[in-house]
Design a protein around this ligand. Sequence first.
Ligand SMILES: Nc1ncnc2c1ncn2[C@@H]1O[C@H](COP(=O)(O)OP(=O)(O)OP(=O)(O)O)[C@@H](O)[C@H]1O
Ligand SMILES: [Mg+2]
Length: 459
Amino acid sequence: MEINNGEQFNLTPRSIVDELDRYIIGQKKAKRACAIALRNRWRRQQVEPELRDEILPKNIIMIGPTGVGKTEIARRLSRLAGAPFIKVEASKFTEVGYVGRDVDSMIRDLVEMGIGIVKEEESTRVQEKARISAEEKLLDILFPTPVPAPATPGTLPDASNDPDALERRKTTREKLRKMLKSGALDDRTVEIETSDNNQPFVEIFSPQGMEEMGINLKDMFGGMSKTKKRKVTVPEALEILTSQEAGKLIDMDRVTKDAINRVENHGIVFLDEIDKIAGRESARGPDVSREGVQRDLLPIIEGSTVMTKHGSVRTDHILFIAAGAFHVAKPSDLIPEIQGRFPIRVELDNLGENEFYRILTEPQNALLRQYSALLSTEGVILEFDDSAVRKIASIAADLNRTHENIGARRLHTVMEALLDELSFTAPERSGERFIIDEAHVVNTLKPILEKEDLSRYIL
Ligand SMILES: Nc1ncnc2c1ncn2[C@@H]1O[C@H](COP(=O)(O)OP(=O)(O)OP(=O)(O)O)[C@@H](O)[C@H]1O
Ligand SMILES: [Mg+2]
């Protein structure tokens, strides 16, 4: 069976960078490296099978200070690739035998992600079919077919076998169908069977060790869900029946197989804080397991088989994108085998005033847009004068220079302080319009900025 290696994996490096540009300002080198890595996986899929298996992914290390877009690039990348993606903190892992998560768990999580993605795709694919059979089901409920009564001697022949009666039933059913489609039945209620998963949510914590085996208590109990009759409106019934029918149309075995294949060939693991586990042996104390964690990671990165409850997964072609600030440790402090598996190194640039200005205004999800949208729910119109945006960018850049450099995250703290008053009083100011200008920015932030120790806490 040909596994989906179609459209969504087919983006050229240039179009990948263009897509990333919509959300992330600057960082050209990192975007390019990721775009090439992604395109190479598509290229690999096109190569004849014999050679294909020899072509290993070129993993990437992104090096850069905090808050400059490392995680954001990886996250956007996976989204546009439709690829299973997970982000893990390298420092969370511990050597086998210690308390903490074992490294295999990230592959198991990746498989869960893969299953989610494929299932979602499948359910969109069968949506129309499901809708049609849901409609039939609903018509059966609204207008049940009479069960033919057993013929008792001396009674009239069963009406349900009478061709005229059958014809009449058919006409009535079609009439009902028309009414259903036109919404004429929307106010009626019907009783349908639903799986009883609306019961109060009970969190079940798996005991340590269960997880390692890939056994999940919640799933075990999930299989025991009961069905129950519920009265719902016709449109609700249509929704519920559609998703029930969709569930029947989806072949879970195929979904699992597809998902594993997708993980093996397109999966992306984002290994954050890789610098925290850099370091060779020699240290004593808590540091002693750093090299151990690297050694545990190695087989997964080099390619091995991980057992999951959905089947075994080869990790050879999973793409790893590692990231770290590398303030203290350097990539060369990683053990040589790991270094060899991350041949591509890209440095991300520090963000300055100009980048901040663009981050505030350009991305689709730009911060200013977010705040305006939030306040518009209160009926408050919030706009920013260009001079104000420049000022915010320059204050944020200054703070990063004089205090700690936290990259674009500084914009969040500055914006919060700037809009604190308005955020609080917005519900009382419905219908008002605010245009934030430079003077407003200066006046609001000045009292905080002037007090060195106050600004350390607030901004
Ligand atoms: N170049 C950028 N363009 C647009 N937004 C950015 C950029 N860099 C960072 N941001 C925003 O700043 C926040 C933090 O970015 P991100 O999570 O990518 O940081 P990071 O580089 O992974 O930092 P850390 O090393 O602390 O994990 C996010 O909200 C992100 O959207
Ligand atoms: Mg990050």
